[in-house]
Write a protein that binds this ligand. Structure first.
Ligand code: SF4
Length: 451
C-alpha cells in the first residue's frame, strides 16, 4: 500500500501528499459508499446555520433522534432571547409515517406559537419526511397565515445531498425571511452584514467591536446572535463580509444578485488574517478614515498580543499538527495561524472544501503534508499516526479519534467555550495549543502502550 493509499480504493483520488505524485485532489463530491464520512447530514448542515437565530422556534419535523442536534452540541451565545436553546420535535412515529405527519405538524406549530409567542418558526425537514412526502411548504404557509407570523420550511431531507446541501437549504430559508428593499437603499447604507459567524463563544461580538472602532456598524450577523427582526432587515447593507464561505457564499451571491450588495471573503482566524481582513473591509468601505482607524487598531492589538504568542511559540517548537475542519477557508487560516506559533501542519483536510481552496492549501503546506477531502475515521487515524501529529484540530466527531491515539485535541467548532477569533482569539488559541500539547498527561498515555 502506498503512503497515501486509502483503505477503500475509490478514496485514492481524494488524498494527496504534497511533493509526491498528485498535485490536486477530488473534492466537492458525494461521499463514497462504504465510507463512514465525517460529514454530518443535510438537516444537520441546515441546523448549524439556522440554530443561532435566537428568538426563533426551531421545530424538527421527524423522529425524535434527529432532534439530537440541539443547542447542547451546537452551542452559540445570545445577548437576548434564549428560545433557540430549546429543541422541538414532532416526534414522528410509525402511525405518522403510514398516514402522514402534516396534521401533527400543524397542531404542534399551533401549540408552540401559543406557548412561546415567537414571530418566527423554522420547520426542518428530515429524511423520513422526504420519504413520506409531507407537504411542508403548504403546512407552513397555512400556519403563517393562521398566526400572522413567519413559518419557514427548511427543505433539508437527507436524500438531497450532503451537509453542503443543508447549508444551501438554510440559506434559502433565510432568503425567504429577508424583506426586499430597493437596490438604492442598500447602496446608500453604510452598514455591513457579517456572514458565516455563529457566535459560538462570542466571536461575533469581538468582530463587531473591531468594526465599531473603525466606525462601521454591523447591520446583522448571519446568524450568530441574530433575531428574526435583524435578519429581515439584512438587505439594508452596503457590504457583506463572509467568514464561513462553505455555508454562506451561496447567500452572499444571492444578496448580490437580488439587491446589488457586494461581498468579500474575510477570516479572523490568526493575527495575519485578522489584520488583512480588517484592511480589506476598510478598503471595501472606501478606505480613508476607515483604513486609518484600522491601522491604529491593528498596530495596537499586534503589539499587545505578539509578545504573548511568541512566549508560547518558543515552547511549541518542533510540534506537528493535524487539521480536519468543515470548510477550506478556515483550513487555510489555520495553516497560517499554526505557523505564527511555530507549529508545522502535517495533515490537513476538510469536509466541504472547494477546488480553489485546496489549491491554496497545497501551495501553503510543506512537502510531505497529507491533504485529504471528506475523510473517514480510519484515514484520519492512519495519517495522524504516520505523519507524527502531536495535535488534532477538529470538531466534536474528531475528538475521540485523537484521544484514542493519545494525541492532543483542540475543538475549533461548536463545543468550544472560548472565542478563537481576532486578537484575543489568537492568544486563546496559542494558550490552548500549549496547554494541551505540552500537558504531562501524554507521557502516561504513551506508557500504556495501547493495551
Ligand atoms: S434520520 Fe436523516 S435527518 Fe435525521 S439525523 Fe439521521 S440522517 Fe439526519
Amino acid at each position: 500500500m502506498s503512503e497515501t493509499a486509502a483503505a477503500i480504493n475509490e478514496r485514492d483520488d481524494f488524498i494527496a501528499t504534497k511533493g509526491r505524485r498528485k498535485n490536486t485532489i477530488k473534492c466537492d463530491a458525494d461521499s463514497i459508499a462504504g465510507c463512514v464520512s465525517q460529514r454530518a447530514c443535510v438537516y444537520c448542515g441546515a441546523r448549524v446555520v439556522l440554530n443561532p437565530v435566537t428568538d426563533a422556534i426551531h421545530l424538527v419535523h421527524g423522529p425524535i433522534g434527529c432532534a439530537n442536534y440541539t443547542w447542547d452540541i451546537r452551542g452559540s451565545l445570545s445577548s437576548g432571547s434564549e428560545l433557540y436553546r430549546n429543541s422541538f420535535s414532532t416526534d414522528l412515529r410509525e402511525q405518522d409515517v403510514i398516514f402522514g405527519g402534516e396534521k401533527k405538524l400543524a397542531r404542534i406549530i399551533d401549540e408552540l406559537v401559543a406557548q412561546y409567542k415567537s414571530k418566527l418558526v423554522f420547520v426542518y425537514s428530515t429524511c423520513i419526511v422526504g420519504v413520506i412526502g409531507d407537504d411542508l411548504s403548504a403546512v407552513c404557509k397555512a400556519a403563517a397565515s393562521r398566526h400572522n407570523i413567519e413559518v419557514i420550511p427548511v427543505e433539508s431531507s437527507g436524500f438531497i445531498g450532503n451537509k453542503s446541501a443543508g447549508y444551501r437549504a438554510a440559506c434559502e430559508a433565510l432568503l425567504k425571511l429577508i424583506d426586499p428593499v430597493d437596490r438604492r437603499e442598500a447602496a446608500a447604507s453604510r452598514k455591513i452584514n457579517y456572514l458565516g459567524d455563529f457566535n459560538l463563544a462570542g466571536e461575533a461580538w469581538i468582530i463587531k467591536n473591531y468594526l465599531a472602532q473603525m466606525g462601521i456598524e454591523v447591520n446583522t450577523v448571519f446568524t450568530g446572535d441574530s433575531t428574526s427582526a435583524t435578519i429581515k432587515g439584512a438587505a439594508k447593507a452596503s457590504l457583506n463580509i463572509v467568514q464561513c464561505a462553505g455555508s454562506m457564499n451561496y447567500l452572499a451571491g444571492k444578496l448580490q444578485e437580488l439587491y446589488g450588495i457586494p461581498y468579500t471573503q474575510v477570516s479572523f482566524v490568526g493575527v495575519e488574517d485578522t489584520a488583512k481582513s480588517l484592511r480589506d473591509i476598510a478598503d471595501a468601505m472606501g478606505g480613508g478614515e476607515y483604513r486609518a482607524r484600522a491601522e491604529v487598531l491593528i498596530r495596537r492589538e499586534t503589539d499587545r498580543v505578539m509578545p504573548v504568542i511568541n512566549k508560547y511559540r518558543e515552547k511549541l517548537a518542533g510540534k506537528r499538527a493535524a487539521v480536519y475542519v468543515g470548510g477550506g477557508f478556515k483550513a487555510i487560516s489555520l495553516i497560517k495561524q499554526f505557523r505564527e506559533i511555530g507549529i508545522e501542519v502535517c495533515m490537513i483536510g476538510t469536509q466541504t472544501g472547494r477546488r480553489e481552496e485546496y489549491e491554496i492549501i497545497h501551495d501553503l503546506v510543506t512537502d510531505g503534508t497529507v491533504i485529504l477531502d471528506d475523510a473517514n475515521p480510519a484515514e484520519l487515524e492512519r495519517f495522524m499516526t504516520s505523519q507524527g501529529a502531536h495535535l488534532l484540530v477538529g470538531g466534536v466527531k474528531e475528538r475521540p479519534l485523537a484521544y484514542k491515539l493519545g494525541i492532543a485535541f483542540i475543538d475549533h467548532n461548536h463545543d468550544r467555550k472560548h472565542p478563537l477569533s481576532g486578537y484575543d482569539g489568537a492568544i486563546n488559541f496559542a494558550k490552548e495549543v500549549y496547554s494541551t500539547v505540552c500537558s504531562p498527561v501524554w507521557k502516561y498515555t504513551a506508557s500504556l502502550g495501547g493495551d
